[in-house]
Design a protein around this ligand. Structure first.
Ligand SMILES: Cc1cc2nc3c(=O)[nH]c(=O)nc-3n(C[C@H](O)[C@H](O)[C@H](O)COP(=O)(O)OP(=O)(O)OC[C@H]3O[C@@H](n4cnc5c(N)ncnc54)[C@H](O)[C@@H]3O)c2cc1C
Length: 482
């Protein structure tokens, strides 16, 4: 960015909302990309030249027009809890930190929440519960994570055992996106059109409003059960996950030694045992405890419903928080995101254990995918080098286990790219100059307004790496948890 760019920026925002100090630039250019040793190597030096902090929709519009006019890359940031470097500005330019736009406008009587982009999921859950509703699904980072960040970067979480992934069952009711044009416009997307921007990493429009469909409120109890064998823990978790007579929000199972890294829980985590975590309707807590004992398990933690939530929250150890706890204990660990077969999961996980042993630690999150209860998995794996990591991914593929690769930093290879091309076409419409989060959607060839004529010339001029290709890992496209 030139001095003239900074002068023009100063006409839009007051100086205290234009961040240029090196430490803050670094903090606000980063997310949890360091979960992946591959991304850590690739992205550690990527920084914004300025971070802008709009407080109103009018300021967002002015900043969008500014970036378009001056052809400055613009990367959007909610809370920065993503873990694939999704909001890291790989081409410099501006990061737009939307944190101040966090109003929850309304919860309708039929359970639709209408929110500003950076409304926190934890706040939406709290407000919704006051009127008899709750989030259908949310990531384990819900206390900090923003609703637009979840729509643009996340995929599901607690609640997905009942309601499926965020993309399913009309949970995202509408997304209003702003284009990056000389005069930015807003488009309200509903129905199938939401897939144009859902999970597009902020590459093809600025989400300025989200409407989420909610679920009727339930009072949830928490239960943890220990088993001396992983196979018994898996069987029990699967049985409860498939049993529709239990209302549930969470059905998780971990192989030992993963639970050994849950430091605050050590007073009741039995050494050496596999562990299952559940959230079930408070009225069914005792029934679950009895079922666990009957199956040979030892209920080692129970917490009846309480509001506000107090003390241990099992969900703080599930989904991608599991990886965080394990990594804190052993930095040589990393993770994969897998979809096991609803019918062949046992033979699949046994084959992976036989090949990789303690370098492939099992962590399953049961989810409903297309209506079918499915063992999603976020295994904690040991990283030695890229070749062995790729061997693990290939081994999964050869066994029919899908992998949404968390060690790549562009959409097409991340495992959730839909072949319908809707996202790329939306980018042509809403971001014709290719300025939003550049480098993350590589199929798109921007209008760069110069003499390059062939498609590959234009692609190379816009993004040299997209033609050169990446040495990083490949992935297959099937539903898996985040
Ligand atoms: C410990 C841990 C646990 C996690 N658990 C889960 C989980 O259970 N489930 C899950 O799905 N994810 C999980 N994640 C990933 C992440 O926390 C969630 O996806 C979260 O919802 C991201 O929200 P955010 O506000 O932090 O988004 P950010 O990280 O700020 O952004 C994510 C993406 O959205 C884009 N974006 C942000 N705001 C906008 C906007 N207004 N318009 C368009 N694009 C925008 C960004 O450019 C970026 O590409 C986890 C991550 C960590 C570190």
């Amino acid at each position: 960015m030139t001095a003239a760019d900074f002068n023009a920026l100063a006409q839009i925002l007051p100086p205290e909302r234009i961040v240029t100090t090196p430490e803050r630039l670094e903090t606000l250019s980063r997310d949890f990309y360091w979960y992946s040793p591959v991304l850590k190597r690739e992205l550690s030096d990527k920084l914004a030249e300025a971070v802008v902090q709009p407080a109103t929709r009018a300021e967002v519009t002015a900043l969008a027009a500014f970036a378009h006019q001056r052809r400055i890359p613009l990367t959007l940031r909610g809370a920065g809890t993503g873990n694939y470097g999704q909001c890291i500005p790989t081409r410099g330019g501006i990061v737009m930190d939307l944190a101040a736009l966090d109003t929850i406008h309304s919860i309708s009587t039929d359970g639709v929440a209408t929110c500003d982009p950076a409304a926190r999921l934890g706040a939406i859950e709290r407000v919704a519960r006051q009127t008899g509703w709750e989030l259908r699904c949310y990531p384990s980072t819900y206390v900090k994570a923003s609703v637009a960040g979840f729509c643009a970067g996340g995929s599901g979480g607690i609640g997905s055992i009942e309601w499926g992934a965020l993309r399913e069952n009309g949970t995202v009711h509408s997304l209003t996106v702003m284009s990056l044009e000389a005069q930015p416009r807003e488009f309200r997307l509903t129905g199938q059109d939401i897939f144009q921007v859902l999970h597009a990493w902020g590459t093809n429009g600025i989400i300025v409003e989200v409407q989420l469909r909610l679920a009727p409120r339930t009072d949830w109890a928490q239960v943890a059960v220990a088993f001396d064998k992983f196979s018994a823990a898996f069987d029990f978790t699967e049985a409860i996950a498939r049993n529709d007579s239990f209302r549930k929000r969470l059905a998780t199972v971990f192989e030992w030694p993963i639970p050994g890294s849950f430091t605050p829980l050590q007073k009741w985590v039995p050494e050496g045992e596999a562990l299952c975590f559940f959230e079930v309707s408070d009225m069914q807590m005792q029934r679950l405890v009895d079922a666990a004992r009957h199956a040979g398990g030892e209920p080692c933690f129970t917490a009846p419903f309480s509001e506000p939530r107090r003390g241990t929250q099992l969900s703080d150890y599930t989904w991608n928080h599991t990886t965080l706890w394990a990594l804190r204990q052993d930095p040589s660990l990393t993770y994969l995101q897998c979809g096991f077969s609803p019918t062949e999961a046992r033979s699949q996980y046994r084959a992976l254990k036989a090949r990789f042993g303690s370098d492939f630690l099992l962590h399953f999150e049961f989810v409903r995918s297309g209506g079918v209860v499915t063992p999603g998995a976020i295994p904690v794996v040991r990283y030695t080098d890229d070749v062995r990591l790729q061997a693990m991914i290939d081994a999964c593929g050869s066994l029919g286990v899908s992998v949404a690769n968390p060690h790549v930093n562009y959409l097409e290879a991340s495992g959730r790219w839909r072949p319908d091309d809707a996202k790329r076409q939306a980018k042509e419409r809403y971001d014709p100059r290719g300025l939003l989060n550049p480098g993350k959607m590589r199929d798109f060839i921007p209008d760069i307004g110069n003499a390059a004529t062939s498609a590959s010339d234009r692609r190379l001029a816009a993004d040299p790496r997209s033609v050169a290709g990446d040495a990083i890992l490949s992935a297959r496209t099937l539903p898996t948890p985040a």
